[in-house]
Write a protein that binds this ligand. Structure first.
Ligand SMILES: [Zn+2]
Length: 249
């Protein structure tokens, strides 16, 4: 969605937490634990296999700031993911045990590290930024939180899919994001125009309905192709989540 969401192109080693959420070191890797043998791979969504959490594990989430009401709204959004993961929310005093740390009071819009990148960050540093103070609770804010939550779970932007064929007008795109968000060309290239390589992600058919797709103004594309602001998980987003993590049921 339009906003200051982005995925940093980190270069990190493969790290996967243990099922109980403890730090790695036991030798358990994704290929041992989460290889989805029985499920059918969905046809959409873009995810980072090397930054996927382990099925069934506890992800400890700490709020670094914010009010109880703000925390409750974020928790409510995360509960919408029907996945075999447990989010254990702890207060800032217990952030040493956390895997994901959320700040809700800083500037800079909405963004998140992708998947298990978060566990390589210092325990005093945020891994997700939700600029709640400028937003009222409602469908738009909920959609932004669901979008960032999917980054946390290993999803990349759908328009960055190697299978996305949007015919951008780059000069228009640069001007648009400069005007709307103050982004320089590098940031716009990284967040909007850039495509991930096929070997970096699990991706197949392109899904413009994904909540991980930015809104696309038709004036920015050669064929006037546009995408509205997607505020709900698409059917394929849900299928990908289930394929990656299984269901709670
Ligand atoms: Zn994003």
């Amino acid at each position: 969605m339009a906003g200051n969401t982005f995925s940093k192109p980190f270069q990190t080693k493969r790290v996967v937490l243990n099922r109980d959420g403890s730090e790695p070191g036991s030798g358990i890797t994704r290929s041992h634990v989460t290889a989805p043998i029985l499920d059918t791979q969905p046809m959409n969504a873009v995810t980072r296999p090397e930054w996927t959490w382990t099925r069934g594990q506890i992800i400890v989430v700490s709020f670094l700031d914010g009010t109880p009401e703000q925390h409750d709204f974020v928790k409510q959004c995360f509960r919408e993911y029907d996945v075999n993961l447990t989010f254990d929310f702890v207060d800032a005093g217990k952030r040493e045990k956390s895997h994901v740390r959320i700040t809700v009071s800083g500037g800079g819009g909405f963004r998140s590290l992708v998947g298990t990148q978060a566990i390589e960050i210092g325990k005093n540093d945020a891994t997700m930024w939700l600029c709640l103070k400028h937003w009222r609770e409602g469908p738009s804010l909920r959609g932004k939180i669901l979008h960032e939550g999917l980054h946390m779970l290993g999803f990349e932007h759908e328009h960055s899919s190697p299978n996305c064929r949007i015919k951008w007008i780059p000069l228009e795109v640069y001007q648009y994001y400069k005007k709307m968000h103050g982004w320089n060309r590098k940031k716009t290239r990284r967040n909007v125009l850039g495509r991930l390589q096929a070997h970096q992600v699990d991706a197949s058919k392109y899904d413009p309905d994904s909540i991980m797709h930015y809104e696309v103004d038709p004036t920015l594309t050669q064929d006037r192709f546009g995408v509205p602001e997607n505020l709900e998980l698409s059917e394929m987003d849900k299928k990908m989540l289930k394929w990656m993590y299984g269901s709670k049921l």
